[in-house]
Design a protein around this ligand. Sequence first.
Ligand SMILES: *Cc1c(COP(=O)(O)O)cnc(C)c1O
Length: 365
Amino acid sequence: MIKFLDLNSQYASIRPDVDAAIASVIEKAAFIGGPFVNDFEQAFAGWLGVDHCIGVANGTDAIEIAIEALDLPIGSEIIVPANTFISSSEAVTRGGHSVVFADVSTDCYTLTPETVRAVLTPRTKALMAVHLYGHPCDMGGLREIALEHGLKIIEDCAQAHGAEVGGIKVGTIGDISTFSFYPGKNLGAYGDAGAVTTGDPALATRVRKIANHGRVAKYVHEFEGRNSRLDGLQAAILSVKLPYLQSWTDHRIAVADRYIAGLDGIDGLTLPVRQSWAKQVYHLFVVRTTQRDALAEHLARNHIQTGIHYPVALPKLPAYAAHTQQTAEFFACRSDQELLSLPIGEHLTFTDVDTVIRSVRDFFG
Ligand SMILES: *Cc1c(COP(=O)(O)O)cnc(C)c1O
């Protein structure tokens, strides 16, 4: 069986360190806040090259809190790509703002300056650059639009730990950025975890207060916030894993390169494109074919697991049945029938990759 994701094999490779870290949190009873959370926040900020990292409970909270921290006028329009996980848009609505969907590019599946310009209005106040599948958005182009129109940029880096634009890591480029450490992400905890990063000290302070009941000192609450904490156990586990992230990412890239070389030139199969300015960290390796379901079944028969990200573009979901863009003529709203995610991750051997390549080639004859 070639697994889509294999968290057990990763644990087996770092087990003594993870077990020791967990034991140490319990011995110190540092479950909430404390040294393990501080250490991880500092280590992750250092790894990214950003001044401030605030651990929160999960990646969805991170987006909600980031939006709240920006303090936009209620009812602002925030541009979100039509192809992403629902967290990206959910957070906009929950923050009292309006979701405006924009299409994604046909090669990298992310927002582009053109797709953003197409949906700009005078009420647009922010855009959410989701670095989907690990490929960064064209941040240079998006920043130009943001400057021109006075927009804030939120980077959703849930799938893009370590991705770069022109040598600069995502999560350091926009006004404020969010990460998820959901177990299956490129850097994953053993439960829910997330973080907000920013170079702006005032925003960082606001994020910390929002995530901790608007608190400035014990039982002194400047405003109503919420409870969204990264816990000590998750922080300690993430600190153990962080030093491996570079080599795990390198392996993902090597797997992707092997797929690209091995699957090149198949009629009817579109491979993901990596822009020259981008470091793509391949959270997912997504191919496109009109025979998607048949290919997935063929691979399943050959004991190869696949995934679909995402089977229904956001505007078409029941959650957006009343949205004015529900029937938007987006590429994202057609390609959801054609996308297929092949296995990728540090658990895959090159022999596995070659087996997948052979099986895909068999299918296309
Ligand atoms: C995983 C993910 C999230 C949400 O993260 P959680 O930690 O599961 O809340 C948000 N945006 C994108 C693009 C994601 O992939």
